[in-house]
Design a protein around this ligand. Structure first.
Ligand SMILES: Cc1ncc(COP(=O)(O)O)c(C=O)c1O
Length: 358
C-alpha cells in the first residue's frame, strides 16, 4: 500500500524563499552581505516594539491570548471598526490561507493578476479552485480586464494595491468603480501590505470606509513591512462581522504568538518610526530612480518600498553576480528584478555593484 496525497498538491510547489544572509556569507566566503530582496524595513523595528518583546519574553511558558484581545482593541482604536470586524493572523500569509479555506470550493473560479503576490495562486490551487489570470497592463492591475473575467462561477478576486512585485498602484476612483461592478456574492480581497509607503494623493488611503457599503470586501494589512516586524509573523484582516466570524472558525487556536501581539501593540503607537521609515523610503526611491535613469534602466513607477527594474541582462544572472559580491536581490522574470529600497549606504552599494555587473 502506498500513501496518497490530495490531488490538488500535484500542481503545487513549495515556496522558495530568498537565500538567507548567512548562507550567502558561507557560500562565497564574504563577511558583509546586504539583503534587498524581501521588502523588509532597513531601519529594523520600532525600539518600542523591541522593548515590548523583551518584556513579553519574560514568561514564555504560557499560551498567548488566543483572542488577541488587547491587539484587537488597539486595532479597533486605529481603524474605528468594531473588534468583531478584525482578525489578527500569523502574517498576511496565514490570512491568505485562511481566506482560501473559508471561501474556495473545488472548481470555483478565482480571479487574480499576473504578476502579483504568489500566495494568491498557490492557496487557490490548494483548495482546488480554478485560477483565472488577468495579465497586468503597463505593470499595473487591469481592473477592466478583471471585471470582464467575472462569470457566474467566480467566487473570489485577489487585489494587491500597490502591487508586489511591480510596485504600481490603482486609484481610489478605480477601486470604487471596481467594487460597484462586482456582484456582492463574490469576495473581493484587497491586500494593502504596502499602503503606508504610498505618496500619490489619488491612492485609496482610507479603504476602510468601503467596508460599510461592500459586505464582500476583505482588507489585508501586515506588520511585516513599514512596521518592521517580519520576523514575528503578524498581520490582520478587516471585514464584515459575518466574514470575520466565519474565518475565525478556520484559524488555529493560538495563531498569533505572544511576542508578536506585544510588539504589534507597541509598534502601532510609534508613529515617529513610521514617519522616519516613510521619509527614508521616499528619498531612497528618488535616489534610485535618478541612478537607474543614469544607467539607462527602465523601471515601473513604485508606490512601495521596492522597485521593479529592467536590468537588461538575464535577471537570474544579475542576481547571481550581485550575490557573489554580497548583495541579494530578487530576480522576477526575463530581465526584470525587484529591489527593496534600503538605507542610503545600501542603495549606493547596490548602484556601485549594479554598474560592475551589468
Ligand atoms: C502583497 C503582500 N501580501 C502579503 C504578504 C505577506 O506578508 P506577511 O509577512 O504579513 O505574511 C507580502 C509579503 O511580502 C506581500 O508583499
Amino acid at each position: 500500500m502506498t500513501l496518497t496525497f490530495r490531488e490538488e498538491l500535484k500542481d503545487l510547489q513549495a515556496y522558495k524563499p530568498g537565500k538567507p544572509i548567512d548562507d550567502v556569507k558561507k557560500e562565497y566566503g564574504i563577511e558583509k552581505v546586504v539583503k534587498l530582496a524581501s521588502n523588509e524595513n532597513p531601519l529594523g523595528s520600532s525600539p518600542k516594539a523591541i522593548e515590548a518583546v523583551k518584556k513579553a519574553a519574560e514568561n514564555l511558558a504560557i499560551y498567548p491570548d488566543g483572542n488577541a484581545t488587547m491587539l484587537k482593541n488597539a486595532l479597533a482604536k486605529k481603524t474605528g471598526l468594531k473588534t468583531t470586524q478584525i482578525l489578527p493572523s500569523s502574517g498576511s500569509d496565514e490570512m491568505i490561507d485562511i481566506i482560501a479555506k473559508t471561501f474556495i470550493n473545488k472548481n470555483d473560479e478565482v480571479i487574480m493578476a499576473d504578476l502579483t503576490f504568489p500566495r494568491y495562486i498557490t492557496t487557490t490551487k490548494m483548495m482546488g479552485g480554478k485560477p483565472v489570470i488577468v495579465p497586468l497592463k503597463n505593470w499595473t492591475y487591469d481592473l477592466e480586464g478583471m471585471k470582464k473575467a467575472i462569470t457566474d462561477k467566480t467566487k473570489l478576486i485577489w487585489l494587491c494595491n500597490p502591487n508586489n512585485p511591480t510596485g504600481t498602484m490603482f486609484t481610489e476612483d478605480e477601486l470604487l468603480d471596481f467594487l460597484k461592478s462586482v456582484p456582492n456574492n463574490i469576495v473581493v480581497v484587497y491586500d494593502e501590505a504596502y499602503n503606508e509607503y504610498v505618496t500619490r494623493k489619488d491612492y485609496p488611503k482610507n479603504s476602510i470606509k468601503f467596508l460599510k457599503d461592500y459586505s464582500n470586501l476583505i482588507i489585508l494589512r501586515t506588520f511585516s513591512k513599514i512596521y518592521g516586524l517580519a520576523a514575528l509573523r503578524i498581520g490582520y484582516a478587516l471585514a464584515s462581522e459575518e466574514i470575520i466570524h466565519n474565518m475565525n472558525k478556520i484559524r488555529g487556536p493560538f495563531n498569533v504568538n505572544k511576542l508578536a501581539q506585544a510588539a504589534a501593540i507597541a509598534a502601532l503607537e510609534d508613529e515617529d518610526f513610521i514617519k522616519k521609515t516613510y521619509e527614508l523610503n521616499k528619498q531612497g526611491k528618488e535616489y534610485l530612480y535618478k541612478e537607474f535613469k543614469n544607467l539607462g534602466l527602465e523601471y515601473a513607477p513604485s508606490e512601495t518600498n521596492h522597485i521593479f527594474v529592467n536590468v537588461k541582462r538575464d535577471a537570474n544572472e544579475v542576481f547571481i553576480e550581485l550575490q557573489k559580491r554580497g548583495m541579494i536581490i530578487r530576480p522576477i522574470k526575463d530581465t526584470w528584478v525587484r529591489i527593496t529600497i534600503g538605507t542610503p549606504e545600501q542603495n549606493e552599494l547596490l548602484i556601485k555593484l549594479l554598474k560592475e555587473v551589468i
